[in-house]
Design a protein around this ligand. Structure first.
Ligand SMILES: *Cc1c(COP(=O)(O)O)cnc(C)c1O
Length: 377
């Protein structure tokens, strides 16, 4: 096959389970075509039951909206500082600036690639010594791998700083049997088109109490006071999820566990077929960690090897991507402080995300593995 004829293999594409359109049709049939209705309530219920651990879920328009609302609910406002994992997608950090606060970036550790507890503590001490206690910490379970939950939460509680848990990539992951998305003072999920389940676009905010959940819904529906006329004592947002979109989510929740299984199988296939190559290394789960393997990422031996593989795959119509470019290297955050150990720079240089959709066929995986083996032979 040549590149023109071969089927495009995406990094992570939507994968419908089959019942999504039934829920959407119900919404049409009953005329619940609005940002509220039975699908919204049902979807929230489904997620709460799935996550357990006293989770109270508000369905909203995106993960980014969740981070924005979450930071506001944690009391972040103009002039504050928020510590944020540097190796992540820009959506983790952007909402800090929506509130007029300033991100301070923290490097990663090698075990999970997530926020480093040592750098985190160094940063907190340094910011305090400079006269400003950080208002919140944004920790991310990147590519589905849980961060060092106990260590990170210990540091946070030692200094009494709340954690906003960015679980956008980690629905279905868990840490010692407890689901990701239930560790932070507030957590968020994303249902964007490339995530483990998708509603085409959407998100959720997870709170520890029904009061906080209600406050999130209040803010996401324009902060209307309880009055017959339209009265407002606070600035609100239009961030609620539509009942149509929530219908897709209800169908997707039925296949979530299956999708996690498929993604974990992708990881196993890659590992089985590539781990005898000396140029390729995989990120293993530390004991007690369970990753949804949203994306399978490999660590190559150099930037050159990484690029060679990426270009060879692209030539065969196969999408792969370098790891997230760390936020402390982003032009838009050039004036932000960062606490660095070199690890995220190094991972960005050498890391590559491989196609990881739950809808990949065995022949797709075979094609990908063959290209990589050929290049490294
Ligand atoms: C996708 C993603 C988000 C943003 O979610 P949206 O629903 O796309 O707004 C935030 N953080 C991380 C780590 C993500 O991968």
């Amino acid at each position: 096959m040549n590149a023109v004829e071969s089927k495009k293999i995406w990094l992570s594409s939507p994968h419908m389970g089959g019942t999504e359109q039934d829920y959407v049709k119900q919404a049409f049939d009953t005329n619940w075509v609005a940002p509220l209705g039975p699908n919204v309530d049902g979807f929230e219920n489904d997620i709460e039951n799935y996550l357990g651990n006293n989770s109270h879920v508000a369905a909203i328009s995106s993960g980014t909206a969740g981070l924005h609302l979450g930071l506001q609910l944690l009391g972040v406002s103009h002039g504050d500082e928020v510590l944020c994992q540097s190796l992540t997608f820009a959506a983790s950090a952007n909402p800090i600036t929506y509130l007029g606060a300033k991100p301070v970036f923290i490097d990663s550790e090698r075990e999970t690639w997530n926020i480093c507890p040592e750098q985190l503590e160094i940063a907190i001490k340094d910011r305090i010594s400079k006269g400003k206690t950080p208002k919140a910490i944004i920790a991310v379970h990147l590519y589905g791998m849980p961060y060092l939950v106990e260590k990170i939460h210990k540091v946070a509680s030692d200094y009494n700083i709340p954690i906003l848990e960015d679980s956008a990539e980690s629905l279905g992951s868990s840490y010692h049997g407890i689901k990701c998305g239930t560790f932070g003072d507030i957590a968020i999920l994303s249902f964007n088109g490339n995530k483990i389940i998708t509603t085409s676009g959407g998100g959720a905010l997870i709170a520890k109490s029904s009061e906080l959940k209600e406050k999130a819904i209040f803010l996401s529906t324009q902060a209307r006071d309880n009055a017959p006329h339209y009265q407002h004592s606070e600035i609100g947002y239009n961030y609620r999820m539509s009942n149509i979109i929530a219908g897709i989510g209800r169908g997707q929740m039925e296949v979530l566990e299956k999708h996690v299984g498929y993604r974990r199988n992708n990881f196993d296939y890659y590992k089985k077929n590539l781990s005898d190559l000396s140029e390729v290394k995989f990120l293993e789960e530390p004991k007690g960690f369970y990753s949804n393997r949203w994306l399978t990422c490999i660590e190559t031996t150099s930037y050159e090897v990484r690029e060679k593989l990426r270009l060879a795959l692209a030539k065969e119509n196969i999408e792969s991507r370098p790891l997230w470019k760390p936020m402390h290297l982003q032009p838009v955050f050039a004036d932000c402080d960062a606490y660095l150990n070199g690890i995220s720079d190094d991972l960005f240089d050498r890391g590559l995300c491989l196609p990881s959709g739950s809808n990949l066929e065995e022949e797709d995986l075979f094609r990908i593995v063959s290209v990589i083996k050929n290049e490294l032979r």
